[in-house]
Design a protein around this ligand. Structure first.
Ligand SMILES: N[C@@H](CCC(=O)N[C@@H](CS)C(=O)NCC(=O)O)C(=O)O
Length: 295
């Protein structure tokens, strides 16, 4: 990571859960005193004023869903008060009534009579419509392929580690009840199975057994592998505040949403700069990491 600013003060994020976050440069008195680089950084992200509409927009989500996290981060960065409605993972009627099929995220905006799916379309709308505050505050995607390639390179490892943990915590809102956990397991393969094999060739009892065995397996070797991949990623992430030179962009919306899921895995060692990146965007967007639930 090239820019090193506030890692020494990462612990501030702990207390910041209790105070409104009004922008990187004015996050707290302590931060102002120690973090002069931020104040002079022309690319620093300034969070706009809080927007509280009479009828709040709602985003229907699953907590673990990275596409849903993208929208939550965008609304958080735009400082738009909104309702986060967590659907159960086996709830078909709610999304179907809204957009005709089981999908998340779904965004509803009563003032504009808007109901829509597709995370990037939703984000495009909220960053181009003045009712959601100053427009164009999220820089466009850079088109970088290295971040996408990195994500692809860890896909199998992350599926193996994350998927059983999402359901095993029993604490994610979409998995509060057994039916919902089973619906997820039914549809989400664990490596080395591919989706068609998982869907068509395995009985439910077999799937449950594979998930249980996966949780019972020592994760240490895979976590080691992941730790090394995070060191690799740390070099690709430009600063503790955004991943691509020039400022906070849709690259961050995509990358951070994916990385957040990793925090469900206990014992991962984050390089200091990357960890600060995770905490900074978590605080700025008001979307929590999973640290307290990690298993
Ligand atoms: N392209 C969509 C993808 C959304 C998506 O695949 N969401 C998953 C959850 S992570 C989903 O709802 N899958 C259907 C299901 O769970 O039944 C977007 O970016 O919003």
């Amino acid at each position: 990571m090239k820019l090193s600013v506030s890692i020494l003060f990462a612990t501030l994020a702990l207390s910041s859960a209790f105070v409104p976050s009004t922008g990187v440069a004015s996050r707290s008195v302590a931060m102002d005193l120690v973090s002069t680089t931020e104040v002079t950084n022309p690319d620093a992200f300034t969070k706009p004023d809080r927007i509280i509409m009479e009828k709040l927009p709602t985003v229907y989500v699953y907590d673990h869903c990275p596409f849903c996290v993208r929208v939550r981060v965008a609304l958080g960065l735009k400082n738009v008060k909104h309702i986060v409605s967590f659907m159960a993972n086996d709830d078909i009627p709610t999304p179907t009534a809204l957009v005709g099929k089981k999908i998340a995220p779904i965004f509803t905006f009563p003032e504009g009579d808007i109901t829509m799916a597709e995370s990037m379309d939703i984000i495009k709308l909220i960053d181009s419509d003045e009712r959601f505050g100053p427009t164009g505050i999220l820089k466009p995607s850079s088109g970088r392929t290295d971040l996408k390639e990195w994500q692809k390179s860890v896909q199998s490892t992350l599926r193996t580690l994350q998927r059983p943990r999402y359901v095993a915590t029993g604490l994610l809102p979409e998995f509060t009840q057994l039916d919902a956990r089973h619906a997820f397991i039914k549809g989400h393969q664990l490596p080395p199975y591919d989706k068609p094999e998982w869907r068509e060739e395995l009985a439910m009892e077999e799937k449950l057994k594979i998930y249980a065995e996966s949780m019972a397996t020592d994760p240490a070797p895979m976590v080691e592998e992941l730790n090394a991949k995070l060191v690799e990623l740390d070099d690709k992430v430009y600063s503790e505040h955004y991943c691509t030179e020039g400022g906070l962009s849709l690259d961050d919306i995509d990358l951070w949403a994916r990385l957040r899921s990793i925090t469900i895995i206990k014992g991962v060692q984050w390089p200091a700069g990357l960890r600060a990146y995770m905490e900074n965007i978590s605080e700025l967007a008001d979307v929590p990491l999973y640290d307290e639930l990690a298993i």
